[in-house]
Design a protein around this ligand. Structure first.
Ligand SMILES: [Zn+2]
Ligand SMILES: [Zn+2]
Length: 336
């Protein structure tokens, strides 16, 4: 089959690779849509990841099921998350493979969905393989993974109706967070982002205030919008050191910072403000696929207008460059 293979720093090539074979407890999915993710970009821009086939935000049709898989059928429309626990570590030995310290992920250590087919190991319906209701297109379904991170993070923040929440960064995760927070009825959602397309999408998603971080002072705008009190919760999706520092500045005493974005460069920060303001820094690695599929199905959230560009598999390299630098790009999809 054809696959997009990383052959060096910023060097993706289309190659012919062996067709994947299903594990006895795994499945093979014929890929119909696959999103380019910010996490992919970090790996794409770094040295030493030769051989990676990206793609963890995908959907498709089940093409093959392993001998031990009984509840998934060929032809089913699905989205899935793929990982293989090491089987050796402390958590694996307790049967808690999902906490494995050396988890191999589809799209990084295991071949991903920027290919015609992708193997999903340890396939269990409802746990890591999710059938699609007919309301969802394959493209909708390929946004379920980032949406699920958003839903997980917002729920973990436990926002109250009187809370003012700031969302830093407006990719699919941040934009979905705005819609989820608005559907929960929080008092106000204030957003800081860059790129015209994202600012526009943040407005359309129902934000009460949208700040253009490229031309406006995020901290000053948020303090002015909150009567100098700051916000109760920050959902930090930008993953930039500046955004991290700003988040701590705009939080009021006792506030919570939900850490969602991945930092490309190491942070250097002074914990004094975190201590003095009694701020909670909360890591958010997790997802909620069933909840996210339901949000899309019921229309409480729509990610459809976040998909700004589509490329065939042959043009995966162009898709990555578009996701990195096109001012109009929110989510770029590969349609194999
Ligand atoms: Zn992702
Ligand atoms: Zn393990």
């Amino acid at each position: 089959m054809k696959a997009a293979v990383l052959r060096g720093k910023k060097d993706i090539r289309i190659e012919s690779v062996p067709d994947p074979v299903a594990d006895p407890d795994g499945i093979i999915v014929k890929v119909k849509a696959c999103g380019v993710c910010g996490s992919d970009l970090h790996v794409y821009k770094a040295e030493g990841n030769e051989g990676t086939i990206f793609g963890h935000e995908f959907s498709g049709e089940v093409a093959e099921v392993g001998a031990k898989v009984s509840d998934i059928t060929v032809g089913e429309r699905v989205t899935a998350v793929g990982f293989r626990p090491c089987g050796e570590c402390f958590w694996c030995k307790q049967g808690k493979g999902f906490r494995c310290s050396a988890l191999a992920l589809v799209g990084y250590q295991l071949p991903g969905a920027m290919a015609e087919y992708v193997a999903v190991p340890s396939a269990v319906k409802g746990r890591n393989v999710f059938p699609l209701p007919e309301e969802l297109t394959f493209e909708d379904a390929a946004t379920v993974e980032p949406l699920s991170i958003s839903l997980y993070s917002v729920k973990k923040a436990q926002p109250r109706e009187k809370d003012i929440v700031a969302v830093m960064g407006a990719g699919v995760i941040g934009l979905s967070a705005i819609q989820i927070l608005k559907s929960m009825g929080v008092s106000k959602v204030l957003v800081s982002a860059r790129r015209p397309s994202r600012l526009q999408a943040a407005r359309e998603s129902g934000s009460d205030l949208v700040i253009d971080a490229a031309t406006q002072d995020t901290v000053a705008e948020i303090m002015a919008a909150t009567g100098d009190m700051g916000v109760d919760i920050v959902v930090e999706c930008a993953g930039s050191p500046i955004s991290f520092d700003q988040s701590i500045e705009i939080l009021r005493g006792g506030g919570k910072m939900m850490l969602v974005g991945i930092y490309e460069t190491p942070l250097s920060w002074d914990p004094a403000n975190v201590i003095n303001k009694n701020i909670s820094l909360i890591g958010c690695l997790g997802g909620n696929f069933p909840g996210s599929i339901d949000l899309l199905k019921t229309g409480k959230v729509t990610t459809r207008n976040f998909v700004t560009h589509r490329f065939p598999l042959d043009k995966t390299a162009e898709a990555f460059e578009t996701q990195i630098s096109d001012p109009g790009a929110i989510k770029v999809m590969i349609i194999p």
